[in-house]
Design a protein around this ligand. Structure first.
Ligand code: C2E
Ligand code: CA
Ligand code: CA
Ligand code: CA
Length: 279
């Protein structure tokens, strides 16, 4: 039994070493990807049910890998977070999204807001505020057309520091949203002191609508909370007409999800966007 134990331990070590090595390789690869700018943004439309129009889009990063093709964020954001490479990637995303949005405006498309996801390290390290200011200045985009999505858990890591940074961002004129709302632990009293303009209801509360009684209660409560606090509210991950109907009846008029569109490459997004505004 002792022998087996030792062999297992050895195997375990070999496996761990292999894992560590693989991680190092991936880290190197990710570093190269940043240097070569192998990232692209896809844009997911956000629709206002009242007007039927696309009024905003969420920018979602993908890694255009030379061999593996399009890599989804779930497969590289965690490592990027862990290694701190997310700061450089986030910077690229921010600049690319601002430039693209300005280019759409310059091309004569109706102005929309582009939302960018901000990771915890990007927010707390590397002088987030001046990076955002630089992206706006370099692109020439007006601040009100940029929204930053902050998750509840990011804010809750250090509430006073987060509020201070949020106020600085607010002073720049950018919009702030709380992403994945309802999944974190922000207290209602804390929410009152966040200078945010909207809440994004997490997909996990939307996916079982309208059948799930708990989720009906939760989404209904978030929507009325937003209304009472004078915040806008958007539901994400909306896939069905029944979900749209429930959300509309509950008072949520901003919708994002596969029901309208998946995240789209730039040119596809432009097509959807211009068609929707031509009518
Ligand atoms: P998220 O911010 O919650 O983004 C929404 C995710 O839900 C996106 O996945 C989107 O494609 C997906 N989604 C949208 N509508 C639907 C729907 O109707 N049904 C289903 N099943 N899924 C839907 P994606 O693009 O794979 O991104 C995953 C996560 O990666 C994002 O979650 C975000 O946390 C992170 N991420 C993406 N881009 C960036 C970025 O530029 N920076 C940072 N820091 N994180 C990013
Ligand atoms: Ca998001
Ligand atoms: Ca989200
Ligand atoms: Ca449920």
């Amino acid at each position: 039994a002792k022998e087996i134990g030792r062999n297992n331990l050895q195997l375990f070590n070999v496996e761990m070493a292999a894992k560590a090595h693989e991680k190092l390789l991936h880290q190197e690869e990710l570093r190269d990807a940043i240097a070569r700018q192998e990232f692209v943004l896809h844009y997911q439309p956000q629709v206002n049910l009242h007007t039927g129009r696309v009024f905003a889009a969420e920018a979602l990063v993908r890694w255009q890998h030379p061999e593996r093709g399009l890599v989804t964020p779930a497969d590289f954001i965690p490592l990027a977070e862990e290694t701190g490479l997310i700061v450089a990637i986030g910077d690229w995303v921010l600049n690319a999204a601002c430039r693209q949005n300005k280019a759409w405006q310059d091309a004569g498309l109706p102005p929309i807001i582009v939302s960018v996801n901000v990771s915890a390290r990007q927010f707390s390290e590397g002088d987030c505020v001046s990076r955002v200011a630089a992206a706006l200045r370099d692109s020439g985009l007006e601040a009100c057309y940029l929204e930053l999505e902050l998750t509840e858990s990011l804010i809750m890591q250090d509430v006073p520091a987060a509020i201070a940074t949020m106020h600085e961002l607010e002073a720049l004129g950018v919009q702030l949203a709380i992403d994945d709302f309802g999944t974190g632990y922000s207290s209602l009293s804390a929410l009152k002191s966040f200078p945010v303009s909207r809440l994004k209801i997490d997909r996990s509360f939307v996916q079982d609508l309208p059948g799930d009684e708990d989720d009906r209660a939760i989404t209904g409560a978030i929507i009325s909370l937003a209304q009472k606090l004078n915040l806008r509210v958007i539901a994400e991950g909306v896939e069905t007409q029944a979900q749209v109907d429930f959300l509309r009846a509950a008072g949520c008029t901003e919708i994002q999800g596969y029901f309208f569109s998946k995240p789209l490459p730039t040119t596809d997004f432009e097509r959807v966007f211009s068609v929707c505004h031509a009518s």
